[in-house]
Every structure is written in structure tokens, then in C-alpha cells.
Design a protein around this ligand. Structure first.
Ligand SMILES: NC(=O)c1ccc[n+]([C@@H]2O[C@H](COP(=O)([O-])OP(=O)(O)OC[C@H]3O[C@@H](n4cnc5c(N)ncnc54)[C@H](O)[C@@H]3O)[C@@H](O)[C@H]2O)c1
Ligand SMILES: O=c1ccn([C@@H]2O[C@H](COP(=O)(O)OP(=O)(O)O[C@H]3O[C@H](CO)[C@@H](O)[C@H](O)[C@H]3O)[C@@H](O)[C@H]2O)c(=O)[nH]1
Length: 441
């Protein structure tokens, strides 16, 4: 039976949820306070870049199963379920900022006049779903609603794929009554044997933070191993590969680089430390992961400096890649930002390129040069610094780049190029964790 669903917040998570649930045959209304976004989404423009998103958006709009509005009242009119997918960004002290959730609850409560399941998809600190239940109970008869914690695990760039093929669906609940509703919503995922984890609100909330913190830990760990590999003349790729052959470790998330970024790992690791502090539990391991990540970004600046003889003053640097990873236009917490800022402070002149994220990055840093393509960025540069692992950078025409540059130097923070090929083309090449023998370049 198709259900009537409202989704509040139509960003990366909310919009993916909208198109995914509509594609399952449900009637979905997406609500957002951003008028321009609602107008563009209603016209079939996905606003953000996600592979496959535009197709699913247009198909479901055309089928009449999906619509967008700025009016919560309109969206809630016949809704049986409402998903909360608004942002929970980082506060200055590192805690998660729940003001968007609070604003939604204020608006939602007076509109609850029939039984409604309120599903929290946003990443929220432990205790938030219990608090949501208490807050709503102050304003609404508790028999009229239930609260479910349903954290989201999608990856940007693969959001659609992850929605339709999740590793698992986690559902935190208190009242058995919600089980039937959640089963109905996710029936197509049951049919493909997706594992479901039914648990308490607190367990569901902590699963989300623990999963992200663990993945972040793997990255910081391999980054530190990579840094050591550079010093001892070892190759981190061979190390990671061999480590990953042990099924207990797995080869995933062992790619060294300039440090993790994005809208989740940086803020969620900090929020987890804060949750620990609130309950008097020292999460020193996670705190160290955050510190190591910040150090990794600055290590890239130090590498650039060393490659350019100790100073960046007046040196022209082509930064290839601004998104926090490939296949996304998102620049939230991208490593490119602190790296470029630090290089500018040291007197460098930066010319940047990214296939998708230049417009978003320009809003963060308007003052640098932006190039139409990677070759224009490299023109006259003393150093090419690859910051995102876009496929088009893997296939760089190195001969052409060499001709365009003032000095032939590459800092490949994502290890996308073949070091031997780069060196044979006459480049001084440095990656992360793969200098076999320093001084033998
Ligand atoms: N981005 C991801 O990859 C990802 C993955 C898993 C979980 N999450 C979590 O999901 C949540 C949403 O993340 P996101 O990246 O989609 O955020 P986002 O910033 O892309 O989208 C949030 C949307 O909510 C809207 N909004 C804010 N206040 C509103 C209100 N009162 N009423 C209606 N709409 C409102 C904003 O206009 C925006 O469009 C966060 O808690 C995040 O931690 C994100
Ligand atoms: O081996 C690796 C893997 C990732 N990264 C970096 O880590 C960051 C995060 O990457 P990824 O996890 O692919 O992207 P996100 O879209 O931020 O997704 C993460 O954060 C989401 C929000 O919580 C979760 O839903 C996802 O499960 C979780 O993977 C990026 O800067 C990557 O470049 C590395 O440096 N090395």
C-alpha cells in the first residue's frame, strides 16, 4: 500500500529520501524553507549534483508521486509519516546544533491532528529522539504520534545507489506500533534482503556516530602509517592492500590522503567527543583522530613548501580538485579549504580547478583564480597540487602539463598518478606514503 509521506529538509539526505520513497510508489511531499530550492526542485532541477538524482526526480515528478512545497501545513495535511532531514551542523564548541530540528518541531506540533510517525533521519546526539518525544508530548496528545530514529548512512556521490542498496537499515523505536509502518515504507528493501536492525532510540543514535567515527579512525590511522612509510621508505599502498587481505580489517577506507572532509566525519567526530564529555566518558581515541586529521592537512602544506625549496612566497600553485572527494559538488569541510588558506597566508598565488565544485568553492574563497580546465590551471605554475581524486586528473596528459608549467613539480595528495610515469616525464613527484627512497627522485 503506498503511503503518504512528508520529508522536511530537501538537502543531500532529504532529497534522496524524497525521490527514493516516491520511486517505491509512495506519495511524497518535500518541504523546505528555501523558496528558490523548492521552485527549482518542482521544475525538475535537482540543485545539487548526485549521480542519477535528476532522473529519479523528473520521473517521480512526472508520475505525480512527488511534489515540493515551502508549506509544512500543506505537506502534513494527509501525511502518515514525516521524515526529519534538516541539517545538524557543528556549533562553535563542537556539539551538534539542533536549532533546525527545534524549529521544525515548533512548526510541526500544532499540525498533528491525526496519527503521525515522526522519523528522525538527521544525525542527532544520543538522547535527541527521547527529547523529541518529550517536546512533542508537551504540545500534542502522545497517542497521536510516535517517534522513530532512522539514521542515514548514504555517501555523497553515491546517495541514490546507497538509498536503493543500503548495507543495513537501522530503526530505533519505543512503541511496537511503528514496526508495521516502517515495514511498509521499506518493503522494497526487505524484498532484496537488506538487513534491518531494530533497537532502542539511544542505540540507533549511537550506531550512527560510532560508524562514522570508526571510518574516520581508519582514515587517520592509514594516514599516519603513510607518513611513517614516507620516512622509512615503504609503500603505503602495498601495506594497505596486504592489511586489507585480512577479513577482520577489510581493504575499505584505507586510502591515505590529505585528511577526511565532508559534511559528516569532521562534525560527527567532534559531536561524539562532546556526547562523551556530557556523560563523563573520555573518547580520547576519537579526539586524537580529529587532531591527526587536522595535522594531515597541514602536512600537505609543509610538503608543498619543501618541494618549492622552503617558501611559498610568490610561488604559483595549481590546485586540482576542490570538492571534499570525487563525484560530488560539496565543499563542506573540504581539505582544499584549509590547505589553500594556509598557502595563501604563506604568500602563494593559487589557481584552482574542479569539474563540479568551483561554484560552491568560489563562495568560500572568492579571491583566488579559477581556471576553466586543469591545463589552464597548470599554466605557469610552479607546483600542481592534486587535492581531489577526480578521474580526469588520473588521466592527466603529463607531457602537456609539463610544457605548460614553470617548474615541473607535482604534489599528489590522493595518489592518483603513477609516480614512475610522472618522474619519467621529468616531474619531481610526491604522493602520500609512497616515496620509495627520498632523495632518489
Ligand atoms: N550529507 C550526507 O552525506 C549525510 C549522510 C547521512 C546523514 N546526514 C545527516 O543528515 C542531515 C541532513 O544533512 P544534509 O547534508 O542533507 O543537509 P543539507 O544542509 O544539504 O540540507 C538541509 C536542508 O534542510 C532545510 N531546512 C533547514 N531548516 C528547515 C526548516 N525549518 N524547515 C524545512 N527545511 C529546513 C535547508 O534549507 C536544507 O535544504 C544532517 O543531520 C546530516 O548530518 C548527512
Ligand atoms: O579511504 C578513504 C576513504 C575516505 N576518505 C575521505 O573521507 C571523507 C569522507 O568520505 P566518504 O565516507 O566517502 O563520504 P561521505 O559522503 O562524507 O560519507 C560518510 O559520511 C556520511 C554522513 O554521515 C555517512 O552517511 C557515510 O556512510 C559516510 O561514509 C572524504 O574526504 C574522503 O576523501 C579518505 O581520505 N580515505
Amino acid at each position: 500500500m503506498p503511503m503518504k509521506i512528508a520529508v522536511v529538509g530537501t538537502g543531500y539526505v532529504g532529497l534522496t529520501t524524497c525521490v527514493g520513497l516516491a520511486d517505491f510508489g509512495n506519495h511524497v511531499v518535500g518541504v523546505d524553507i528555501d523558496r528558490e530550492k523548492v521552485a527549482r526542485l518542482s521544475a525538475g532541477d535537482p540543485v545539487i549534483y548526485e549521480a542519477g538524482l535528476e532522473y529519479y526526480l523528473r520521473e517521480n515528478l512526472a508520475a505525480g508521486r512527488l511534489s515540493f512545497t515551502t508549506s509544512m501545513k500543506e505537506a502534513l495535511r494527509d501525511a502518515e509519516v514525516v521524515f526529519l532531514a534538516v541539517g545538524t551542523p557543528e556549533k562553535e564548541n563542537g556539539e551538534a546544533d539542533l536549532s533546525q530540528i527545534e524549529a521544525v518541531l515548533e512548526e510541526l506540533a500544532p499540525l498533528i491532528d491525526h496519527y503521525l510517525v515522526v522519523v528522525t533521519k538527521s544525525t542527532v546526539p544520543v538522547g535527541t529522539n527521547r527529547w523529541i518525544h518529550e517536546e512533542l508530548s508537551r504540545m500534542v496528545d502522545p497517542r497521536l504520534f510516535d517517534v522513530v530514529s532512522n539514521p542515514e548512512f548514504l555517501r555523497e556521490g553515491k546517495a541514490i545507489q546507497d538509498f536503493f542498496h543500503p548495507n543495513r537499515v537501522v530503526i530505533g523505536y519505543e512503541n511496537e506500533r511503528v514496526k508495521e509502518v516502517m515495514h511498509e515504507i521499506y518493503r522494497p528493501l526487505y524484498l532484496i534482503e537488506t538487513p534491518f536492525v531494530w533497537c532502542s532510540w539511544e542505540t540507533a543514535e549511537l550506531i550512527k556516530y560510532a560508524a562514522n567515527a570508526f571510518l574516520a579512525t581508519k582514515i587517520s590511522f592509514i594516514n599516519q602509517v603513510a607518513n611513517l612509510a614516507e620516512e622509512v621508505g615503504a609503500d603505503v599502498h602495498v601495506i594497505a592492500k596486504a592489511m586489507g587481505m585480512d577479513g577482520r580489517i577489510s581493504p575499505k577506507f584505507l586510502h591515505p590522503g590529505p585528511g577526511f572532509g565532508g559534511s559528516c566525519f569532521p562534525k560527527d567526530t567532534k559531536a561524539l567527543v562532546k556526547i562523551g564529555e556530557r556523560y563523563g566518558v573520555d573518547l580520547s581515541l576519537v579526539r586524537e583522530v580529529i587532531r591527526a586529521n587536522e595535522a594531515q592537512r597541514m602536512r600537505m602544506v609543509e610538503k608543498a613548501k619543501r618541494l618549492l625549496g622552503g617558501s611559498l612566497e610568490g610561488r604559483r600553485i595549481a590546485v586540482l580538485g576542490l570538492a571534499f572527494k570525487a563525484e560530488t559538488d560539496d565543499v563542506r569541510e573540504t581539505p582544499a579549504y584549509p590547505i589553500i588558506r594556509a598557502m595563501l597566508e604563506e604568500g602563494a598565488v593559487v589557481c584552482a580547478h574542479d569539474p563540479l565544485a568551483m561554484e560552491n568553492f568560489r563562495r568560500l574563497v572568492p579571491s583566488i583564480e579559477y581556471a576553466e580546465n586543469e591545463y589552464e590551471a597548470a599554466r605557469g605554475a610552479d607546483l600542481v597540487l592534486i587535492c581531489t581524486e577526480w578521474n580526469e586528473y588520473r588521466n592527466l596528459d603529463l607531457e602537456r602539463v609539463a610544457e605548460l608549467m614553470r617548474e615541473r613539480k607535482i604534489l599528489d595528495t590522493r595518489n592518483v598518478l603513477d609516480p614512475e610515469r610522472a618522474r619519467k616525464t621529468g616531474f619531481v613527484y610526491e604522493g602520500v606514503g609512497r616515496i620509495l627512497f627520498r632523495g632518489k627522485q
